[in-house]
Design a protein around this ligand. Structure first.
Ligand code: SF4
Ligand code: SF4
Length: 457
């Protein structure tokens, strides 16, 4: 049984016995809700479009797990580019940290896929079949009959179809849409792994959006838990102006502006009462702002009793927008993104690496010193690639042995090409540089260096 009113000490969405207390938030109407729904539509359109648009002959986003290469908006990162990937992820994560320090959980309320799909799609479908909060509560209390059956059944079927669509779109981020379409035509036996993931993701998405919902934000999401560390008294959050609202009570009987109508609680997707202060469950969705502004409008009072402001602002202080922690987070994020950018710009145009062969660093045989290297490369494109290889030792008299100077690699294939460099023993005085230049048929180049080692004199 659900508790009568939210308490700051307990989870409203969990009943007294520990069982789930399902929430039925009312629909909010107002400027923030309208803006959020426009944002949701754009984000969903982007999510749908990204695997379908083609950039450099590849999907806009393609996470090719099999070849361990990731293609994002024309940028391709391979398995050997973990440094680039690390700094890219770290830089992006710190950008989110800066946003959190400035505007709290704006990501959660406005752009997180959990919110976007739940509020932008599933909640709308639910209201289409079951009506708004009051009608949903009436339906819950109703014994099972034709009315309840078709409403619940229709909603469940719609949820299942949307979940299957989302799951297949998610799979398109890993298997290009064209390939997935062909696989679907051939049936599950053609690729049981892809079929398994499509089915498992459909079940997971359905479970999450039909039932688990706000529990993911409250129980599972680590980002929400980090908020207390990332934010301070100057962070902009959704809050209640207690100085203006209290003492609360019915209109005409109170000096405070809050008329205790409960609309802010009714619209809250996590079931909390923002008047009790900032809480872990608040995802910053601004629904309570719109709900309260609507009430204030009807009472012809100024809106903003619940509003975006900082803790300092709510207590009458002057909010500082830029402050040391924001500069510190921004500096770390900037370093990460700059290093990623530099790593991206300076990396070879062709994914190649030159390593010394395993074993002795050099071999002395028949009066010659020999060093053996491996030139590793991979063709991540969709067409065959022809590579020309040129090896230049930094010592006159050194000779080079290569199986071939020109290699043709089929699409998706990789190669490890042995490279041998030899010098007469009497010519070797000190380690010297060996330069390997690789060029493909489109003119892309890479230059690699290795040291030639030999016996000391
Ligand atoms: S308290 Fe307000 S902003 Fe926070 S989750 Fe509830 S409705 Fe959204
Ligand atoms: S919606 Fe506004 S007036 Fe109504 S209870 Fe909430 S804070 Fe008070």
């Amino acid at each position: 049984m659900a508790k009568a009113a939210p308490s700051i000490d307990t989870l409203f969405s969990v009943g007294p016995g520990g069982a789930r207390s399902f929430l039925h938030p009312a629909a909010a109407h107002g400027r923030f809700t309208r803006l959020r729904h426009v944002g949701f539509a754009l984000l969903i359109a982007l999510f749908v479009a990204l695997p379908f648009i083609q950039i450099n002959g590849r999907p806009g986003i393609w996470l090719d797990i099999g070849r361990r290469s990731f293609h994002v908006l024309g940028l391709s990162v391979g398995p050997t580019e973990s440094l680039l990937l690390f700094f890219l992820v770290a830089g992006s994560a710190f950008t989110l940290v800066v946003v959190s320090a400035l505007w709290g959980r704006v990501w959660c309320g406005w752009a997180c896929p959990q919110t976007v799909w739940l509020e932008g799609v599933y909640r709308r479908i639910e209201r289409l079949f079951e009506g708004d909060r009051a009608a949903q509560l009436r339906l819950e209390a109703e014994p099972m009959g034709l009315n309840k059956l078709w409403r619940k059944g229709g909603k469940s079927l719609a949820f299942l179809l949307v979940s299957a669509a989302i799951a297949h779109l998610l799979v398109c981020y890993f298997v290009p849409p064209r390939d997935l379409w062909l696989l679907m035509g051939r049936g599950p036996a053609s690729d049981p792994e892809v079929f398994f993931w499509s089915a498992a993701l459909t079940g997971l998405v359905l479970f999450n959006f039909a039932w688990f919902r706000e529990q993911l934000c409250i129980i599972l999401c680590p980002y929400g838990r980090l908020q207390s560390v990332l934010s301070d008294e100057d962070t902009v959050v959704v809050g209640y102006d207690a100085g203006r609202g209290e003492p609360r009570g019915k209109p005409g009987h109170t000096k405070g502006d809050c008329v205790d109508c409960g609309r802010c609680v009714a619209v809250c997707p996590t079931g909390i009462d923002i008047r009790q202060g900032l809480q872990l469950e608040c995802v910053g969705c601004a629904s309570c702002i719109d709900a309260c502004d609507e009430v204030m409008g009807k009472l012809q009072r100024a809106r903003g009793l619940i509003r975006y402001d900082s803790e300092r602002g709510f207590t009458g202080g002057k909010r500082r927008f830029l402050r040391p922690r924001v500069y510190a987070y921004a500096a770390v994020g900037l370093v990460g993104l700059t290093v990623a950018l530099l790593a991206g710009r300076t990396r070879p145009e062709i994914p190649v690496s030159l390593v010394r062969q395993v074993g002795m660093p050099f071999v002395v045989e028949s009066g010659k010193v020999r060093n053996s290297y491996l030139l590793r490369t991979a063709n991540k494109s969709e067409a065959a690639q022809t590579l020309s290889i040129e090896v230049t030792p930094g010592l006159a008299g050194a000779s080079v042995t290569l199986p071939r100077n020109v290699w043709t690699l089929p699409a998706g294939e990789s190669a490890a090409i042995p490279v041998f460099v030899e010098v007469p023993k009497e010519s070797f005085a000190a380690p010297f540089d060996v330069t390997v230049r690789v060029q493909d048929q489109t003119g892309r180049k890479a230059e690699l260096h290795a040291q030639f080692l030999g016996p000391g004199r």
